[in-house]
Write a protein that binds this ligand. Structure first.
Ligand SMILES: Cc1ncc(COP(=O)(O)O)c(C=O)c1O
Length: 465
């Protein structure tokens, strides 16, 4: 009988895969020898493999270029990076190597834009799409950016007061977009997203506040489906509803020339993940072409704001299994040396699934386990709910340390987990390693941050003041 972990993986999935291979030391991710990294830096650790960011941006741009060609689409495509998925400078520096634009969500985001401008990473030509609910500070910072000459800054109007607030602070004429509040999937507790302006109210809003306003030019319609870009009746239905608003508005608003379809491209969350990105983009472009032809209006330029897709697949986390607690005949708890709640908060908050694999001991026998985090919170676990199938790992043996890796964790986990801040049960944030390739394609490693110390946490808590 094949009872080794390697056999299990081999029989369950196609393995090896493009980014996952088994090397002499254990699992390799994009050619990174993970055990070598663990031996050098210790675990727990988090890492970012920067080249994957550029790879994904290039892929999306290629898929859109293909679809535009194939459908003889007359508009162009603009890739924006949704900064809230990871604000780190190293992430933006890598993303901005690829001639892209920026989407912001709050006041401090504009300070990042100013910082990037000062460094020459972006220019006045870069689109800065400002989403989010806007109040004083955000409005002032957007206005300052525009007053300084950043004409391609486009605030997306999220509520009825924003045009007036912006007009009070911006000196010259300015462009805006309007966000359509999408209808949520039927299983949601509420019908309409709180973000944006309802479908039926868009045209009345335009007529009341923009049409006769000489200072404001409506350029973009923005639409974002919370559940992502998926091949479901719900998605296509919402897209068509949005396109109907676009063409109706275009008939009465000649300056409108762009459609922003938001973020929501999925990322690989299992070794069995399948998603036909090219098909989805072809079909979106095709739908836009059809609707615009029917209504005899020119097609819009397309904008996207991919967050997870840009940065998600660049990140990973490695933990050591410290101990095994057998709580009854069936339940073996492998305790990791960190916390899921604080380091991968989406596993706890929204039962998000990530790729999880053993890093070493692939030639050992496997067993079924549950994974527990170190906080005393009973919800600090990762199990088959997130993982869909039961979790199997090489058998725990005290004298043979076992390391496990979570992959494609690069989006949202640091900001939601509060990187460098207070942590549940004061379990410190792990160290973070940046991995890149030099001009000879050789891997390079840089320690971005050390594991949080007791002093840092006590300082936040006021004990060191
Ligand atoms: C307006 C807007 N654009 C883009 C995104 C990015 O979504 P994703 O990370 O799924 O690509 C979000 C995420 O919440 C969003 O609210």
């Amino acid at each position: 009988m094949n009872t080794k972990y390697i056999d299990l993986i081999d029989q369950t999935y196609y393995f090896p895969q493009k980014e996952f291979k088994l090397g002499e030391n254990g699992l390799e991710f994009h050619g990174i020898d993970l055990m070598e990294m663990v031996e050098k830096y210790g675990a727990p650790l988090k890492f970012t493999y920067l080249p994957k960011i550029s790879e994904n941006i290039k892929l999306a741009k290629k898929w859109f270029a293909n679809a535009i060609n194939k459908n003889d689409y007359k508009g162009n495509y603009n890739y924006c990076y949704c900064t809230k998925s990871s604000h780190f400078k190293h992430v933006l520096n890598e993303a901005l190597k690829n001639d892209i634009h920026i989407e912001t969500s709050s006041a401090f985001d504009i300070d990042i834009v100013q910082n990037l401008k000062a460094q020459g990473k972006i220019t006045d030509e870069t689109y800065v799409i400002c989403n989010g609910f806007k109040r004083d500070q955000y409005i002032e910072k957007i206005a300052k950016l525009i007053n300084e000459g950043h004409e391609n800054c486009i605030p997306i109007i999220d509520n009825y007061e924003e045009i007036e607030l912006l007009s009070d602070s911006i000196e010259e004429d300015f462009k805006v977009g309007i966000r359509i509040a999408s209808e949520e999937e039927p299983k949601f507790e509420f019908y309409t997203s709180r973000l944006g302006i309802g479908y039926k109210n868009i045209i009345p809003f335009y007529e009341e506040q923009i049409k006769n306003n000489e200072r404001v030019e409506l350029k973009m319609l923005h639409f974002f489906i919370n559940t992502g870009i998926r091949d479901t009746a719900y998605y296509w239905n919402e897209l068509v509803k949005c396109l109907k608003v676009y063409v109706r508005l275009k008939k009465i608003c000649p300056t409108l020339d762009s459609l922003n379809i938001g973020g929501g491209f999925p990322i690989k969350n299992s070794l069995a993940f399948e998603y036909d990105y090219q098909y989805m983009i072809d079909e979106i472009i095709n739908q836009i072409n059809i609707t615009c032809a029917e209504w005899e209006v020119p097609v819009p330029h397309i904008f996207t704001e991919f967050g997870s897709f840009t940065v998600g697949e660049s990140g990973g986390a490695i933990y050591e299994v410290l101990y095994q607690k057998q709580q009854n005949d069936r339940e073996k708890w492998n305790m990791i040396n960190s916390s899921f709640i604080t380091t991968l908060p989406d596993t706890w908050a929204i039962s998000k699934r990530f790729i999880m694999l053993a890093v070493n001991r692939w030639h050992d026998e496997y067993e079924r386990v549950l994974l527990g985090g170190m906080t005393c919170d009973s919800d600090d676990y990762y199990n088959s709910e997130q993982h869909m199938a039961a979790i199997y790992l090489p058998k725990f043996r005290k004298e043979k340390p076992l390391y496990i890796g979570f992959f494609n964790t690069g989006a949202y986990q640091e900001s939601i987990g509060g990187f460098g801040g207070l942590q549940h049960c004061l379990i410190p944030s792990p160290k973070h390693i940046l991995i890149d390739r030099d001009k000879n394609n050789k891997l390079t490693y840089q320690l971005f941050s050390e594991q949080q110390t007791s002093e840092q946490l006590l300082n936040i808590l006021g004990y060191e003041h």
